[in-house]
Ligand binder design. Sequence first.
Ligand code: FAD
Length: 472
Amino acid sequence: MNKKQNILIIGAGLCGSLLALRLGQRGYNVSVYEMRPDLRKVDISAGRSINLAFSNRGNKAMKLVDIEDKVKAICIPMTGRMIHDKEGNAFLSNYSGRDHEYINSVSRGELNALLLDEAEKHENVSIYFNKKCKSVNFKKTTALFKDYETKSDFVEDADVIIATDGAGSAMRKSYYLGKTFLFSFSQDYLTHGYKELSILPTETGDYKTYKNALHIWPRGTFMLIALPNLDGSFTVTLFLSYDDGAYNFNNLTTPEIVSEFFQKEFPDALQLMPNLVKDFFNNPTAPLGTVKCSPWHYKGNTLLMGDSAHAIVPFYGQGMNASFEDVVEFDAVLDQNLENWEAVFKAYEKNRKKDTDAIADLAIDNFHEMKDHVANPIFQEKRKLEMALEKSFPDEYSSKYSLVTFNENIGYREAMLKGRAQDKAILNMLTDKELSITHDMTKDALKVILEKVKTATQDILEEDKIAGLKKS
Ligand code: FAD
């Protein structure tokens, strides 16, 4: 395919700016249209979630575009989950038994700005701000925009349009409303929403609590989490039902009720948040949902990528990482030199969709795990065992979390199937008291357990395979 072709990208968020950078590096003529002002020039909130957990799959994309070191410079390593109970006790549960495996907290705004800077270094990449896409004519490969500066509408055409305009994608809407081809679409909201709060730095600019962890206050049906920022603050997120339970977003209506709720459920966090009430009433409450759809492309004209194709709930910390991995996968298909864009889009979707469906499902599972299971003794026992197995047999064992988060060489689907089978195997054995775990287990004793877990996992995978074959 001719490199001088014009590619129009809708949305200069995390996925769109990375895609522009990569296609720019490959020599395409790239125009990006973003509805918001340039976040490097105007002080706008970065949008939803001020900071994000960034991990191996995202980093693989940064390696591809050669900015790994620049991203590392704006990352704060988080080696584990710091679990806070109601009595104010806290304990750290590492993410992995291998010391080199950790996740990072990164500012959405800073990462987006870096990607935009890097993309704009290429003279074949142009980025236009304050241009909102209203609809896409996917048959003609044209997009209609509203220019917020001139207040007028205009149409752009291109050889190919790729929409990276997030969960509320305008192009996805055009697919849906167009009724021209069989477009499947689902959007499932959780009954929980989220609200961002903050723990500000001390007067000397220090962190008020342990910096290198993702803090969680799990409370069964709701939870609070906090991720560190470079300026000494933490961005705190409350995940809570809209209308269920004694306290919910609909009844937290006065400063007194909000303070009472935090005093009762998160007393140690409240001590760090004198600004709680102000944050609570200044910041919006937003919903959380999963979007699945197919096909992502219309012939060789248009393609959905990132959240526009597969928005997920944030509980695996993988939405951005998955969107970055999309670009890596797309790039690999371009390397195959297929005959036309339609073949490229088809091959990309065929390979990718099973993995984005898997991470969508895993993210829902982790919602329950984070708010509830992490505080459950059998889950904690399983976690301890998995940490010991990873530490003693780093090349032989990886937990589901490690497979999803740290093993960027396998797809999400493979990670999900193996990880779920392992979880089931270990939980069965712990529940049936087939495993007795002590703090001072020898490597030989752990080896016996490892072999048991491997055999049971294999059996479950076989059973799942047979069940799957029977279903189809
Ligand atoms: P977006 O980042 O949404 O970017 C879309 C861009 O398109 C924006 O710049 C927007 O302004 C622009 N746009 C939208 N509509 C139009 C239009 N009509 N015309 C022109 N431009 C348009 N992921 C992780 O990996 N780790 C995490 O820890 C994590 N935490 C999260 C926490 C929360 C509370 C939420 C909600 C999400 C979280 N995510 C996380 C997911 C992550 O935010 C998304 O997966 C990621 O932002 C997707 O990137 P994107 O570029 O596809 O979409």
